[in-house]
Design a protein around this ligand. Structure first.
Ligand code: PBG
Length: 327
């Protein structure tokens, strides 16, 4: 048969298949999200996220060592405070849970790159991501609190801050506050296209941060929208974001792709708790092969354009990269 084009030629040999791969990944682009809880000697499994734990500060080193053994050197801390109130005081307290964790991690694990998730929902008694005015979150009032939170995290040792609240103008407010405090070189990774998603369900168990009433639809994005996601990313770039993020990842690859084409800064994708939980549950039931699925999910995010991948599977992925399963 006279066929000039035979795409199968490039698939005929494993060395060649690897040579012509279009997506290449590196462990340095992985970020591991980690839950830190008040108390002592705690390593408790999160029931909706098998294999993920809440660590007290005295035991978080166990996880950091595991990660560094596999070559993962960036972590994002989420704090679970003992005390919650209307204005989320422990989000920006000098002795808040993440502040203490950053302080210790910076001192004892100086090679790690430490990122702070900046939001109020784990710290407010009502579970919303900002300061309430009636039953809605007061945008502009919340900005002051987010800025304070970001500064307190950086003062404690965070190398980067990542606002996840979705208030308008938060990147500018945080940038200004960091600069005023002399942190001109601390980058802001904005959760720019963060959708009101049911994929966060297990996280809210993990961090005890479900809203006490209503939902997050007045601040997180409607998942029917594509152009609005680009608008959010461009606004954040304009406000001084250094990295923009799309979240969740798996069901939002179109937006990773679109935002990658629209901005000229790095794009992160956050594979969230629900993605993790679904893989774990199906694997435990024997319905899918966990490792192959997590690799495919990661590659799809990078293929769509992600430069950075935030995932609870960071350690497993690093292992797969080492073994050449992907990468
Ligand atoms: C805080 C925050 C959430 C996640 C990251 N930061 C929860 C939410 O917005 O309800 C979700 C992460 C995950 O599901 O893994 N606002």
């Amino acid at each position: 048969m006279d066929q000039k084009n035979r795409p199968r030629r490039l698939r005929s040999n494993p060395v060649l298949r690897k040579m012509v791969r279009e997506t290449r990944m590196d462990k340095s682009s992985l970020i591991y999200p980690m839950f830190i809880i008040e108390g002592e000697n705690i390593k408790e499994e999160i029931s909706s996220m098998p294999g993920q734990y809440r660590y007290s500060i005295d035991r978080m080193g166990e996880k950091l060592e595991e990660l560094s053994d596999t070559g993962v050197s960036s972590v994002m801390f989420f704090g679970i405070p003992e005390h919650k109130d209307e204005i989320g005081s422990m989000a920006y307290a000098r002795d808040g849970i993440v502040q203490k964790a950053f302080e210790k991690a910076k001192k004892e694990y100086p090679d790690f790159y430490l990122i702070g998730d900046v939001c109020m929902c784990e710290y407010t008694s009502h579970g919303h991501c900002g300061i309430l005015c009636g039953r809605d979150v007061d945008n502009d009032k919340t900005l002051e609190y987010l800025a304070k939170t970001a500064v307190s995290q950086v003062q404690a040792g965070a190398d980067m801050v990542a606002p996840s609240d979705m208030m308008d103008g938060r990147v500018a407010a945080i940038r200004k506050a960091l600069d005023q405090n002399g942190f001109l070189h601390t980058p802001v990774m904005a959760y720019s296209a963060k959708f009101a998603s049911s994929f966060y369900g297990p996280f809210r168990d993990a961090a005890d941060s479900a809203p006490a009433f209503g939902d997050r639809k007045t601040y997180q994005m409607d998942f029917h929208n594509r152009r609005e996601a680009v608008k959010e990313a461009l606004l954040d770039v304009g406000e001084g974001a250094d990295i923009v993020m799309v979240k969740p990842a798996m069901a939002y690859a179109d937006l990773i792709c679109e935002i990658k084409e629209s901005v000229n800064i790095p794009v992160a994708a956050y594979s969230v708790s629900g993605e993790y939980a679904m893989v774990k549950a199906a694997a435990q039931a024997g319905w899918i092969e966990e490792e192959k699925i997590l690799c495919e999910m990661a590659v799809s995010a990078y293929r769509a354009g992600a430069d950075i991948y935030i995932t609870y599977f960071a350690k497993e992925l690093a292992g797969c990269m080492d073994r050449g399963v992907i990468g």
